[in-house]
Design a binder for this molecule. Structure first.
Ligand code: G3H
Ligand code: 13P
Ligand code: ZN
Length: 270
């Protein structure tokens, strides 16, 4: 299995980014694995608190642990609660994010630091976040510096105008802020909420030191849209067994997500 820390260091040095793709079921798991295999690139496979509840952490780990040793997929807890971060570290996740961004900075530092110390004992990579993903929650560079120094966190998610979900209006990313953070923080920077950003902004963010880029919404949209298109063209009928074989439309949805992941991995290259 590959090391998240080493891969991200290499990405920072060579100025490309590693994709993080959220999954929620078997098909999306396979889509991410297949795209990583096809591109021979490392990827983070994001599992949120909600996905842990939905799919079951032992099922997710069972699938992940069945991958061959040559796999470049890094299983990751995305926006984890403190309890889930602890649990995932204990159960053998190679990488976790603790999201204490909505807490007062001191509390975020205190809890992240505890998790970093737990993670260090087991070689688990820990991502933290400072700043809230909204226009009025932009990351303050001096907070970021203090946070990284005090916690010893392995990577830092930042808010520079990026937000989760599709954008109503194209955001103006604050690249000056990103550069100011970069100057005072020596760990890889993570850009969340990358669905819907224009390609040139993604390229600029990578140039200024973003080494991990998170995508969820675009994959969910493609998954759901594939199923919806299929079913609107093939209405299920009790007289036609094939018409209600879920593998038909789930297979199409899986290919669609795999294609998207493949394209993003390529986009994040130099
Ligand atoms: O950034 C967060 C992800 O989009 C997770 O979303 O909590 O609905 O799984 P979720
Ligand atoms: P989007 O859903 O906007 O792609 O963001 C994904 C993300 O940040 C996951 O942590
Ligand atoms: Zn996110």
């Amino acid at each position: 299995m590959i090391s998240a820390g080493k891969e991200l260091k290499k990405a920072v040095k060579e100025r490309y980014a590693i994709g993080h793709f959220n999954i929620f079921n078997l098909e999306t798991f396979q889509a991410v694995v297949n795209a990583s295999n096809r591109t021979k690139m490392p990827v983070f496979m994001g599992t949120s608190n909600k996905t842990l509840d939905y799919a079951g952490v032992s099922n997710i780990l069972g699938l992940y642990n069945s991958l061959p040793k040559t796999s470049k997929v890094i299983l990751h807890l995305d926006h984890g609660s403190y309890e889930n971060a602890k649990k995932c570290i204990r159960l053998g996740y190679p990488s976790v994010m603790f999201d204490g961004s909505s807490m007062p900075l001191n509390k975020n530092i205190k809890l992240t630091k505890k998790l970093v110390s737990m993670g260090n004992k087991k070689g688990v990579f820990v991502e933290g976040e400072v700043g809230i993903l909204s226009a009025d929650g932009l990351t303050n560079p001096s907070d970021a510096k203090v946070f990284v120094e005090k916690t010893g966190v392995d990577s830092l998610a930042v808010s520079i105008g990026n937000q989760h979900g599709y954008y109503k209006y194209m955001p103006v990313l604050d690249f000056q802020r990103l550069m100011d953070i970069r100057k005072v923080v020596n760990v890889p920077i993570v850009l969340h909420g990358a669905s819907g950003l224009i390609e040139s902004d993604i390229k600029t963010a990578i140039m200024y030191g973003v080494a991990k880029i998170n995508i969820d919404t675009e994959l969910r949209w493609n998954f759901t849209n594939s199923v919806s298109s299929y079913l609107s063209e093939h209405a299920p009928s009790k007289l036609n067994k094939d018409s209600f074989d879920a593998r038909n439309y789930l297979g199409i949805a899986r290919s669609s997500v795999e294609g998207k992941v493949f394209d993003f991995i390529r986009l994040f290259q130099r």
